[in-house]
Design a protein around this ligand. Sequence first.
Ligand code: F6P
Length: 339
Amino acid sequence: MTDTINIRSDSYKKPKLRKIGVFTSGGDAPGMNAAIRAVTRTALANKLKVIGIRRGYQGMIEGDFMPLRSSDVSGIIQLGGTILKTARSKEFRTPEGRQKAWLQLQNAGIDAVVVIGGDGSFTGALTMSQEYNVSFIGIPGTIDNDMYGTDYTIGYETALNSVVCAVDKIRDTAVSHGRIFIVEVMGREAGLLALNSGIACGAEVILIPESKEQHEALKRFLEKGYKSRERSGIIIVAEGDEPGGALKISEEVRRDHPELDVRVSILGHIQRGGSPTANDRINATRMGVAAIDALLDDQKSIMIGLDNGKIVQVPLNKAVKLNHSFNGELLQIQKLLNI
Ligand code: F6P
């Protein structure tokens, strides 16, 4: 674990580290550009050459590389998405695909790679680093905030604010018409975005994969709470909730309560885009600097994380294999406030 960041002088530099690659992988997340900028400029400040790998692992397999100068990352800190583009590569999941990727790195003289992405991206990095001698440093970038070992992933805060803005608007219609809105929030395997946006919007019910008992809360709300209160309501459901997302839930609600005026809103990719919040930019920048610092310290196969605001290093095998922690306290608060 480390909580200090140093820009190394030439005398500290390991001679073998001369050229690094940086790429984004999996779902884009606001703040990825801030991380690319920080990685590039910290590496350049330490006299390392920087290669941007476009389109994630697929671009690595195809040798879609571009040298990055300081000017190439100018004016990008405020942009959503990723200037390097991203992909979910099926080919990289095969041993043949990873061999091609390794040969491309060899040909380009890339000694180490910074990967900005989520769980799947880090699993790929770990597998390749076990098969070939490539140093990978991970920076967690996903709106899901579902990585073990870090309180924060790049893009989560921006996405959370996007969800809150959208649901506040939906609330206007829900109240005006006396309707129940079932709003689906992203999170295939994780409910943190749904849980926190639900708290921030005062949702009447929040359905997330981490807690099955919330379905009882939904029943109670529809049977008693809805009638006793203002006759409208917001039900936030995480995309990965069991037994299904918003459409499935709406079918059940309509079947059991045909008297209710029910609407569904699936927020979709509107949650992933947009200009990153100040915190997303600041944390992405800190993580980008810390990633190069770790490489200069000869680290490999680690993820940079944030623990109570401090930069930490987490072994990649833990980051991908262990489950992210879930704070049940927020669910209790939600129940308490929905009397
Ligand atoms: O970035 C993570 C995530 O947003 C998940 O919450 C969601 O299930 C998935 O990406 C959607 O990915 P895609 O854009 O590839 O459909």
